[in-house]
Design a binder for this molecule. Structure first.
Ligand SMILES: *Cc1c(COP(=O)(O)O)cnc(C)c1O
Length: 692
């Protein structure tokens, strides 16, 4: 049904939605909530928030859960009361315009992809805090990738898993130790619909193994113009243990993992086939979906009657594989008997031996090429600007940037306009965001302390943390030990002197989860969280529980400085610092991952000179000293030096340098444009073009 057709007045000036019927209001709101497009449009986010601001927050910003608390009548009543009708119509119309728009970047630059979309496989997708199918950076990267593919008009379908318990929610006990809560999510509150075959029946994936059959339901999710298919093993025909297979992200043992990977890889290809989609390119983001290549080969042999070797060459040519963990421990290895149990039936159909299969999967991706002719390259990660940019900054950009600048976020010229922005205006906007960050932190602190039954006295203290004049440093990421979250506390006296200087106060915010099995990571959290018991750090060093996309968004939008001190060269990229740039924060980082490419001497701060010692102990010691020196000699003096207008002129200049030199380069629009030109178009049989 085209409910848009009911509208009389395209300008939305005098539509009386009440007259159109409350049912229609409800359907329009649900239609908007059912496409994650809403999540990167602040005016639409605010529309949902304004329906019921308290419940909005309590429900993790989940519009479907919110709307389900209303009947069509009560929603229409609320919309009348709060004068939301024209905003509902406007959002609804914009969504339809977005979906129907076809003068996109891909239309002119990647036409060869045409009706043959890219199939993008990933074990996690970080799209929004209300959709718990991600754990950290890899998921957020996949989420940002498909949002930009949507924005650029690249035909792409995503394949992933639906985890009905998602990743855990983090809680710290009174002694600062992390515990994990898994919450079952109600599918009815999520924007998922059963995937149906072209003939209309719900599609179920069926996979054969040597030990029996495995089934999965398939959910469909709309992310702008992109469709994501999610496999869910919680299906009645499965054995009880198999119904749990996809319940948690990165849970279970080797057997759970290989079965999850069978679902995503082989199951994923079967979904595409059943939906009548024939991809021009397969993009496997990390190795979890590697089995997709085998099923694609099998399918090519079956459909086109070609030999194993021909099909293999074909599929290899149209496969793009990306890894972000180029170390052996980052890749799954399975026992030969687990491989045989799960891929045996497939091997029979491929007509190859067990030995041949083992060599095909793990070594011979390009069996016919010399090593130096194997096409391995690199594309730097980026972030989805509209998802991470604060509304206040966006309004500032809207005032000073070229019209329709959001259509050109991957182009350098657009961001040069930041140099025309008045320093006072930029500084004020940034400080407003910092104030919002601290009120978020206070709210979270009070909540987490009340849950731990802490004393009223310490809760009262928490309602007063956050000095708006202080330099605010943020650190938020997974507590993997190589990221060395506790490095700044290596010399407690020295950091105590830094944060307690009354003329130049400093405060530090931490957030992050440790993997449930990572004991050393949990001890890092404990060490930092327990500093609140040390009078030198109480109220100055704050740990915010349950790092997720929502906590990350608040942190990166409001900090003055984003700290990143991984042990070189272990950080493949890192993306949180890229989110900071857009909002005017400055990076203070070890020269590793993306920062080694980005830092130019005046667009942020470096810790050390990008060298490390063969002994970790010595590297850690030197890096900590370099961190203190950067803080004491560069960051803090520059932040507190004010001109006659009371502005930190040199600091603001650095903010502008950071925005103008980095925002376009580290946007996921630039990243996906690179993938299109250097990987997707060639894989689909078009001519490769390098970056200009
Ligand atoms: C962006 C983001 C990350 C990535 O953090 P890095 O360590 O900088 O790569 C992790 N988790 C969440 C929730 C994020 O939003």
């Amino acid at each position: 049904m085209n409910i848009l057709g009911h509208e009389q007045n395209p300008n939305g000036t005098s539509i009386d939605l009440a007259a159109e019927g409350s049912e229609l209001v409800y359907q329009k709101c649900m239609a908007i909530a059912s496409n994650l497009w809403w999540s990167w449009h602040p005016e639409v986010v605010h529309l949902f928030r304004d329906i019921d601001p308290v419940r909005w927050r309590e429900l993790d910003h989940n519009p479907i859960a919110l709307l389900r608390e209303f009947t069509p009548e009560s929603l229409a009543y609320r919309a009348n009361e709060r004068v939301l009708h024209s905003r509902i119509n406007y959002a609804y119309r914009r969504l339809h315009e977005y979906i129907g728009y076809n003068s996109t970047w891909a239309h002119t630059h990647a036409g060869v992809l045409g009706s043959k979309p890219v199939a993008y496989f990933s074990a996690e997708f970080g799209l929004h805090e209300s959709l718990p199918i991600y754990s950290g950076g890899l998921g957020v990267l996949s989420g940002d990738h498909i949002k930009s593919a949507s924005g650029l008009g690249i035909p792409l379908v995503g394949i992933g898993l639906f985890y009905n318990h998602g990743y855990f929610k983090q809680r710290l006990s009174a002694d600062g130790y992390q515990s994990e809560d898994y919450i079952e999510h109600n599918v009815e509150n999520l924007p998922l619909t059963p995937a149906r075959t072209p003939s209309g029946s719900p599609f179920v994936v069926r996979l054969e193994t040597r030990s029996g059959e495995l089934f999965a339901k398939v959910w469909k999710l709309a992310v702008g113009r992109v469709t994501l298919f999610l496999l869910d093993s919680n299906y009645e025909s499965n054995r009880p243990e198999d119904r749990e297979l996809t319940s948690r992200l990165y849970g279970g043992d080797e057997r759970t993992r290989i079965r999850q990977e069978l679902l995503i890889g082989v199951g994923g290809i079967r979904i595409l086939h059943a939906m009548g989609i024939s991809p021009g390119a397969y993009h496997l983001n990390e190795g979890h979906s590697a089995f997709a290549t085998l099923e694609a080969v099998r399918l090519r042999m079956e459909e086109d009657g070609v030999s194993f070797e021909d099909a293999q060459r074909d599929i290899a040519d149209s496969t793009v594989f990306t890894t972000h963990t180029p170390v052996p421990a980052g890749h799954d290895r399975f026992h030969a008997d687990l491989i045989e149990e799960h891929l045996g039936p497939m091997r029979d159909q491929l007509g190859i031996s067990h030995e041949h299969l083992m060599s095909f999967v793990w070594r011979a991706l390009w069996p016919n090429r010399e090593e130096n002719a194997i096409p391995i390259g690199h594309i730097t990660n980026g972030v989805h600007v509209q998802s991470w940019l604060a509304e206040q900054m966006r309004q500032l950009y809207d005032r000073h940037f070229p019209a329709h600048w959001t259509n050109h976020m991957g182009e350098p010229g657009v961001w040069q306009s930041i140099h025309q922005v008045d320093p006072g205006e930029l500084w004020e906007t940034h400080n407003a965001l910092k104030t919002m960050l601290w009120s978020f932190v206070r709210r979270r602190l009070v909540r987490q302390m009340s849950q731990r039954n802490e004393s009223q006295e310490s809760i009262d203290l928490a309602t007063r943390v956050g000095n708006p004049a202080a330099l605010t440093i943020g650190f938020g990421r997974r507590f993997a030990t190589y990221k060395r979250a506790n490095m700044i506390f290596r010399d407690l006296d020295r950091i105590a002197a830094i944060v307690n200087n009354p003329a130049r106060p400093v405060q530090i915010l931490f957030a992050g989860k440790a993997h449930p099995k990572d004991e050393p990571g949990k001890r890092f959290i404990q060490e930092i969280a327990n500093l609140r018991g040390d009078s030198r750090f109480a109220g100055k060093v704050v740990f915010v529980e349950d790092y997720d996309i929502n906590v990350c968004r608040h942190l990166i939008q409001g900090v003055d400085v984003w700290l990143n001190n991984p042990r070189r060269p272990l950080e493949a990229s890192g993306t949180s610092g890229q989110k900071v740039i857009l909002n005017g924060g400055l990076n203070l980082s070890i020269l590793d991952g993306w920062w080694a490419e980005a830092f130019n001497g005046s667009n942020g701060f470096a810790i050390g000179k990008g060298t490390s010692h063969v002994q970790d102990r010595i590297t850690d010691e030197r890096d900590a000293i370099n961190l203190y020196e950067a803080l004491e000699n560069q960051v803090i003096p520059m932040f507190f030096e004010r001109d006659q207008d009371g502005l930190p002129a040199a600091w603001i200049q650095r903010m502008r340098n950071s925005i103008s030199t980095l925002a376009w380069r580290f946007s996921s629009h630039r990243m996906v444009m690179d993938y299109a030109r250097m990987a997707y178009v060639p894989a689909s049989g078009g001519v490769s073009s390098s970056m200009d």
